[in-house]
Write a protein that binds this ligand. Structure first.
Ligand code: NAD
Length: 453
């Protein structure tokens, strides 16, 4: 069957109204959850094959995320999907006003490879919660996980409801010609633009979850030990192939050397070796070569070793980097951590402000004034004070970018809203209406209308 035919089946199925039934959605969640638990081995095997990712990390950063999302919606679905009463203004008395959440309809989710299950299934779960049908196109770069997802979904759900479509650039180009009610894309800013253009052809709304260079600032008022420990964990998780990973550090000159020592200490302590089961490999040779080319050997403070045949790059810290260095011209998306020193905190904020708005930004300080300036000066999708990455694990916060790092957001209730149309409905009584709005407009009516408006 072609993808166009599957989409037609999904359109017909959506029109039956089945997916709008809250009990139907709950049944799908129960099933989805069982499948994820029962088929964990299939999922673990695929991440191990694709990038040597351990079961533990696949569970903590992917499977548990999706299970938590499902549990959130199982708990909150009936309240989320109820119409919400809002105030009714004087001109509309006697009446009541409500927002009805209706599913958008037929959704296309396009995923990235770096957290393949989470990035394809978390939006899918939110689309199910809102009552939609969904075609999922995972990244072909992580081929084994794409196949595992196709097996899990296509063998267990009817294709008129959920379907995983396997394909690369040419197949995705073809799907993008179809008319969907929403496209949810996770990936690079470059491909985000292609998706946005294709969507414009049908006036299809999009959510774009993109990337960029996410900074970490460490000021003289930071707890250096805590900063180093948390930055190293967040940076080298998944070997730096994380959209919200700290891309580079801006360190106050006064504490830079102390910070560098601690960063090195934690890399060694966390034992990120080639054979270590908690250190992920680079996804493919193309990315391996791209990352290696960003290393300026003269600036290596720690690390720098690599083995192409194992797609292993040692966690590497680069010191005394400046804004013109190659490594500062693109998102690193790998285990290299450049450190740029600064003298003046305002200058550091300014340098971030004049560049593209990052997906995330992080500040380590215990100074409230520095925190306020950080939050008020620079724009970024989301972030943390005194931590990295963890903001995205709180389902009560929206997750998404701004400017070139994306548009729209999801997680928790925000995901439900992303895949819903908010239908505004005013309901009037058929009695008790003053005659004021109807002509002829006498002087006394005009006087009253002016007063009321
Ligand atoms: P990518 O943009 O290369 O690919 C993403 C998806 O788009 C894949 O499914 C791929 O098949 C498809 N695609 C690629 N080229 C295409 C084309 N020309 N036409 C149509 N479809 C095409 O991104 P990637 O390499 O998979 O992921 C890395 C990027 O994604 C990084 O920039 C990272 O920051 C970003 N990312 C963002 C988030 C987020 O939540 N904001 C999460 C993960 C990754």
């Amino acid at each position: 069957m072609t993808i166009a035919e599957i989409l037609q089946l999904q359109k017909k199925f959506f029109q039956t109204q089945h997916t709008k039934d809250v009990d139907f959605r709950i049944e799908q969640f129960e099933k989805f959850k069982d499948l994820l638990v029962q088929h964990q081995d299939l999922l673990y095997e695929a991440t191990a094959l694709d990038f040597g990712k351990s079961q533990f990390e696949t569970f903590t950063t992917e499977i548990s995320f999706i299970l938590n999302d499902i549990d959130y919606y199982l708990k909150n679905l009936s309240s989320l999907s109820k119409p919400k009463k809002v105030k009714t203004n004087l001109a509309n008395q006697i009446g009541s006003s409500k927002i009805h959440y209706e599913p958008l309809g037929n959704i296309l989710v396009i995923g990235a490879w770096n957290y393949p299950y989470q990035l394809s299934f978390s939006p899918t779960v939110a689309a199910i919660a809102a009552g939609n049908c969904c075609i999922i196109k995972p990244s072909e770069i992580a081929e084994n996980t794409m196949k595992a997802m196709a097996k899990l979904i296509n063998e267990n759900f009817p294709k008129e409801y959920l379907y995983v479509f396997e394909g690369g650039i040419s197949e995705t180009t073809e799907i993008l010609k179809e008319r969907f009610d929403k496209i949810f894309f996770t990936g690079s800013t470059k491909v985000g633009k292609i998706v946005y253009q294709a969507a414009a052809e049908h006036l299809t709304p999009v959510t774009l979850e993109l990337g960029g260079k996410s900074p970490v600032i460490v000021t003289e008022n930071a707890d250096i030990e805590v900063a180093a420990k948390r930055i190293i964990w967040g940076k080298f998780l998944n070997a730096g192939q994380t959209c919200v990973a700290p891309d580079y550090i801006l360190a106050d000159e006064k504490i830079k050397n102390r910070l560098l020592e601690k960063l090195k200490f934690y890399i060694q302590k966390f034992n990120y070796q080639n054979e270590s089961e908690h250190y992920t490999k680079i996804i493919n040779e193309k990315n391996f070569d791209r990352i290696i080319n960003l290393i300026d050997p003269k600036k290596i403070y720690f690390g720098g070793n690599s083995e192409r045949e194992n797609r292993f790059i040692e966690p590497t810290i680069l010191n005394d980097i400046n804004w013109n260095d190659n490594i500062m011209q693109e998102e690193i998306f790998g285990p290299l951590l450049p450190v740029i020193p600064f003298k003046d905190y305002n200058e550091a904020l300014h340098e971030i402000m004049i560049r593209e708005k990052p997906l995330s930004a992080y500040l380590f300080t215990n100074n409230p004034e520095e925190k306020d300036r950080f939050l008020n000066t620079i724009s970024f999708g989301g972030g943390c004070i005194n931590d990295v990455i963890m903001h995205l694990s709180n389902e009560n916060l929206p997750f998404g970018g701004v400017g070139s790092s994306g548009m729209g957001n999801y997680h928790g209730k925000f995901g439900f809203e992303t895949f819903s149309h908010q239908k505004a409905v005013l309901e009037k009584k058929t009695w008790g209406e003053p005659d004021l709005k109807y002509p002829p407009y006498t002087d006394s009516k005009k006087k009253w209308i002016k007063r009321l408006l």
